[in-house]
Design a protein around this ligand. Structure first.
Ligand SMILES: Cc1ncc(COP(=O)(O)O)c(C=O)c1O
Length: 388
């Protein structure tokens, strides 16, 4: 049975609790479950998504077979489900301002149904990589989530300094030295209205995901996305509304590609579903689409800085952030995807067009090495040590 206490663990005592929720308020059992007993829910249907082979609910279940669970029973079932469904990623620790502490039991890594982020998408998020016990570009990612929160009109639950302290401590509690830290700021729980006016207090959630895999430098194929790009207002903030991004990624996978590339409303190259793009032109210029209508990628910005070394060495003739036409992109010598998840990934084909000579570009691979080196031994401005 999951043993959970509403009071924060000792190591967390100095982290403020913004909510006085008791854990049983987080119980996932709908409050009106008794309606089911009264027979308002007559029949359950199969629930099956495209990549699921087994239905989630057996339609032959009789209503009386659906148990009414206590909070601890629900938590125990969540824990069991997690243990039975271990995927490639391990979730090592979660912080929630709702219970004002960190949990390491994946079954307890839940967020309230009435959080405005869950039912209205009123939340923002960000991710920072963990490498050899350091958080890479944490400051830059915190600055971006704060910008995103402001664009989404969400008041910060804590100041910048406290957010950083909570995030670092969550990674510390997880003991994870390689993986990623993902965190959300939401309008918080309250009710199921469209307006957030009933939300008591904004919330902060963070999760540590272990990932021991090595970064892949093999060239990938991309396609042009037919899923419409987000309006610049939404594309420039990292909100949880990633349905277009998910559909775009699915479209790529259906076409045997790694990612689908968005073009902006004027037909210029924009970005991928969770990465920026860049090119090395025939004139040996590093060319990147400007950030005014897309997400300002922390990795892409770091690449721009690190690439200055290649200009000094004469390997690049210049660096340009500008509008990029599809035609210019497709005839480039090199194309790359850039982001916290992929770091720098060579692209060898875009739609039917082979990029350069069809092999991973040398400048792209050098930039990947620069980022990897930066993650391992870069300056303190990009590496925050985690005290384990
Ligand atoms: C839409 C989009 N563009 C670009 C990026 C790359 O940003 P970063 O390098 O900060 O991870 C991401 C990252 O998730 C993204 O979601």
């Amino acid at each position: 049975m999951a043993s959970l206490s509403a009071s924060p663990p000792k190591c967390m005592l100095h982290i403020p609790t913004t909510h006085d929720y008791l854990l049983h308020d987080l119980c996932l059992v709908p409050r009106n479950l008794s309606l089911m007993k009264q027979g308002s829910l007559r029949e359950l249907r199969f629930v099956r998504s495209s990549n699921q082979t087994e239905p989630l609910i057996d339609s032959t279940d009789k209503l009386s077979d659906i148990p009414l669970l206590s909070c601890s029973e629900a938590m125990e079932r969540l824990k069991q489900k997690r243990e039975n469904q271990k995927g490639k990623q391990q979730f090592l620790a979660m912080y929630s301002s709702i219970f004002g502490g960190i949990v390491t039991d994946a079954g307890a890594m839940v967020i309230p149904m009435d959080d405005h982020m869950v039912h209205r998408g009123h939340g923002v998020f960000d991710t920072a990589a963990i490498m050899n016990g350091y958080l890479y570009e944490l400051e830059q990612h915190i600055a971006r989530i704060i910008r995103s929160a402001s664009m989404a009109k969400i008041v910060l639950p804590y100041d910048h300094e406290t957010i950083r302290r909570i995030l670092v401590q969550t990674v510390s509690a997880s003991k994870c030295t390689k993986g990623s830290l993902r965190y959300w700021i939401s309008a918080g729980p309250g009710d199921f209205q469209l307006s957030p006016s009933g939300c008591h207090q904004p919330a902060l959630y963070a999760i540590v995901i272990e990932d021991q895999s090595l970064f892949d430098s093999r060239g990938v194929k991309v396609v042009t996305s037919s899923v419409p790009i987000k309006h610049p207002l939404f594309a420039t903030m990292k909100s949880v509304n990633y349905l277009p991004n998910v559909l775009s990624k699915m479209e790529a996978e259906e076409k045997g590609a790694y990612a689908a590339i968005w073009l902006d409303e004027d037909g210029f190259v924009a970005e991928g579903p969770n990465m920026n793009v860049a090119f090395v032109t025939k004139e040996k210029e590093l060319l990147m689409p400007s950030f005014d209508k897309i997400l300002s990628g922390c990795t892409a910005k770091r690449v721009l800085t690190l690439a200055e070394g290649l200009v000094r060495d004469g390997k690049l003739h210049g660096i340009r952030v500008d509008n990029v036409s599809v035609e210019e992109g497709k005839r480039a010598d090199e194309m790359m995807l850039i982001g916290s998840g992929v770091l720098v990934r060579p692209v060898v084909q875009w739609d039917e067009q082979v990029i350069g000579n069809g092999e991973e570009g040398p400048i792209t691979l050098t930039l990947l090495n620069f980022i990897l080196e930066d993650m391992k031994s870069g300056p303190s401005s990009v590496r925050v040590p985690v005290p384990y």
